[in-house]
Design a protein around this ligand. Sequence first.
Ligand SMILES: Nc1ncnc2c1ncn2[C@@H]1O[C@H](COP(=O)(O)OP(=O)(O)OP(=O)(O)O)[C@@H](O)[C@H]1O
Length: 251
Amino acid sequence: MTTTGSTADGPPRLEVAGLTVTFGGLTALDDVGFTVADGETVALIGPNGAGKTTVFNAVCGLVRTRRGEVRVGGEPAPPSATGLLRAGVSRTLQGLGLFDRLTVLENVLVPLSGTRLTGDHLAAAHEVLAALGLGAVAAVRAGALPYPERKRVALARALVTRPRLLLLDEPAGGLGAADIDQLARTVRTVADGGCAVLLVEHHVDFVTDVADRVVVLDLGRVIACGTPGEVRRDPAVEEAYLGVPAGEVRP
Ligand SMILES: Nc1ncnc2c1ncn2[C@@H]1O[C@H](COP(=O)(O)OP(=O)(O)OP(=O)(O)O)[C@@H](O)[C@H]1O
């Protein structure tokens, strides 16, 4: 399918084209295509099982693709975690994946631990912790924090490498209104700094607030793509997803 969103200055930060992923007899993604430009925030939405996390996994080389390609900054997406880091790709996980016995600071330093830690690394970690309001808990064990703060630690860990492409898997999930507002401000700041942001999210109001464009998946296919307002008015989207309360599994 055709893709949109490239910039006049060069290739889009992320380009997904014709992506098809199967698990045995199940087609999880079928000819999925979209782009995310530098400084743009794109939301992937759709009902449970639509294929959103599989898109993330395909971008990160965690699932084998049957057809199609993923390009980051115009180059084929590197297949390894180290290669992705070098290409400026960071990701958060639905399950957070924090090390509960490590302190907040130690968790945030994990992506930098492949190289010898320097004063610059520490400065970057403290800077991102302060930006996310976590400076006071830098020395606290991550496992001792309440969920909203743990979630911010996971975001800080993704930001410490100063990514050019940030993948956020359900960043608003489990958060209350005040934390979602703070998250929205953070996402806007990151995108304003030129980072491309791709997020998977069920929270429609949050998506409407932060996304420049929305890609709607249903049963592994892109059924709509446009601004939040455009997709909200799309009858196919209403039927597939928006008529279903957030997080509810369609029968
Ligand atoms: N490793 C796997 N093996 C087999 N099937 C899988 C695997 N991963 C995902 N699937 C299937 O692929 C489809 C898409 O799953 P995926 O997790 O990408 O959906 P999703 O849109 O992220 O859903 P949710 O909103 O519930 O997280 C589902 O039918 C799921 O059961």
